[in-house]
Design a protein around this ligand. Structure first.
Ligand code: TYD
Length: 254
């Protein structure tokens, strides 16, 4: 089942919901089919900070928001996260890692993301299927058909409504990521060469170009508040307008 929530269908569903009178829209802006937004990009692009800021803004506007991340986000996926990021699976090859990322994603989708969307929640996810396309598919050199099959099985129809790609030169991102984790060893993926990170940047931009309906690229070299304003506007464009999300008595009665 695809929980793709395009502008118009979403508005229509929300209208029907209101007209049946069971949505408590005065207190809570409840979406019939939820909204799925993913945050993608290289290391140190500020995705996590931006996701937190967006969640705060949406909650302040009365929305029900769930923030989550990959690899992880569900009990099963968090168990696999450690195996992947510690590098424990590296010795078994990139194909094995790709399958583990997909296994984690499948658990996350079925246990957490799909149920939340069905409840009408806005789900914000730090990395999702595009990270696998880029890290395992492009820089891991795995065949496209294999990656497409894994993706199809893992997401099982749950495709993001909007993917925000945070773009910045790899050297800046890596420097930021290293400063942030000065006391930690770089993880399995951070430790790779600058050239690999640049290739990933290009790969994310290629994804955005190939799927302009779903993806938006944000220049992540700018100040945090400028970026957060843009991110909010990109997501607000998919939400019902204020005047549509509150029902007047006359409307309900008619
Ligand atoms: P993490 O510390 O969670 O976050 P981030 O780099 O986003 O701040 O690291 C996750 C790492 O896992 C990151 O280097 C990207 C990598 N990754 C993949 O290789 N494939 C995937 O499908 C996902 C979701 C992540």
């Amino acid at each position: 089942m695809t929980i793709a929530c395009r502008d118009s269908s979403f508005r229509e569903a929300d209208r029907l919901n209101r007209n049946h009178g069971y949505a408590d829209l005065e207190e809570h802006v409840s979406l019939t089919k939820g909204l799925f937004v993913t945050f993608e990009g290289g290391e140190g692009a500020g995705k996590s900070t931006q996701m937190r800021l967006l969640a705060d803004s949406l909650r302040a506007r009365g929305h029900d928001v769930l923030t989550t991340r990959e690899p992880g986000g569900s009990t099963g996926a968090e168990a696999v996260r450690h195996v992947l990021l510690s590098g424990a699976a590296e010795a078994y090859g990139v194909r094995m890692e790709a399958i583990l990322f997909a296994a984690a994603r499948s658990d996350h989708v079925e246990q957490v993301i799909r149920p939340a969307l069905e409840r009408g929640t806005i789900v914000l996810c730090d990395r999702f299927m595009d990270s696998s396309r880029v890290y395992q598919g492009i820089t891991g050199n795995l065949e496209q058909a294999f990656m497409e099959t894994l993706e199809r099985v893992a997401v099982n129809g749950v495709i993001p409504d909007r993917t925000i790609i945070f773009d910045l030169p790899a050297a800046i991102g890596l420097e930021r990521a290293r400063r942030r984790a000065a006391d930690e060893r770089p993880d399995r993926f951070e430790k790779e060469q600058l050239e690999t990170h640049e290739k990933r940047r290009e790969a994310f931009l290629d994804i955005a170009e190939a799927d302009p309906e779903r993806c938006r690229v944000v220049d992540a070299t700018r100040p945090v508040d400028e970026i957060s304003a843009e991110v909010l506007s990109l997501v607000e464009a998919l939400l019902p307008r204020e005047d549509e999300s509150h029902t007047s008595t006359a409307e309900v009665a008619s």
